[in-house]
Design a protein around this ligand. Structure first.
Ligand SMILES: CC(C)(COP(=O)(O)OP(=O)(O)OC[C@H]1O[C@@H](n2cnc3c(N)ncnc32)[C@H](O)[C@@H]1OP(=O)(O)O)[C@@H](O)C(=O)NCCC(=O)NCCS
Length: 142
């Protein structure tokens, strides 16, 4: 049986000497999000990177994975005290490590904005069902 690195993750362990800049959480109704994506497919282009969409589309129903990633982007905005429109959503990207663990990577102006708040890295955790998607994000400083 495969063993995983459970419990304290590398990110959490090394955060003991890092300041918490902010925390954000968000909950998304997957059914409503799926309806929005079906009615306006261009929304997905605006919100997600090609990599995020490709990964989501490997699932039978991509909506839950996309909703969880949308929740992560909103949670990141909350962590920095911004609302919708505070950063370009596609510049806040959820990537995965070799174990499938999500990580947050910022690009472009979003990356610069986070740096001005003293954020050097992020912790992110996702969960989703067919109906609800949730994300928790912690912004860490140096
Ligand atoms: C992590 C895991 C238990 C979550 O399964 P689940 O409860 O069915 O699903 P949830 O909706 O709550 O979570 C799914 C999300 O967990 C995250 N995730 C996946 N593997 C992860 C890992 N190793 N560590 C942290 N998060 C992980 C992903 O963001 C995933 O979302 P995605 O499929 O859209 O990428 C499952 O993916 C798993 O068994 N992975 C294998 C690694 C493992 O066992 N890790 C636990 C160690 S304590």
């Amino acid at each position: 049986m495969r063993r995983y690195r459970c419990g304290v993750t590398e990110g959490v362990r090394s955060s003991s000497d890092a300041g918490v800049v902010g925390i954000g959480t968000d909950l998304v109704d997957v059914d409503r999000f799926r309806t929005v994506l079906q009615r306006r497919p261009s929304v997905a282009d605006r919100l997600f990177t090609p990599h995020e969409r490709t990964y989501a589309e490997r699932a039978a129903d991509p909506a839950a994975r996309l909703a969880a990633r949308f929740a992560a982007k909103e949670a990141a905005l909350k962590a920095l005290g911004y609302g919708l429109g505070g950063m370009r959503m596609a510049e806040i990207e959820v990537v995965r490590d070799d174990d499938g663990r999500p990580e947050l990577v910022l690009h472009g102006a979003a990356r610069s904005t986070a740096a001005t708040h003293g954020v050097s890295r992020w912790l992110v955790s996702l969960s989703h069902t067919d109906h609800l998607a949730q994300a928790t994000v912690v912004a860490l400083g140096k």
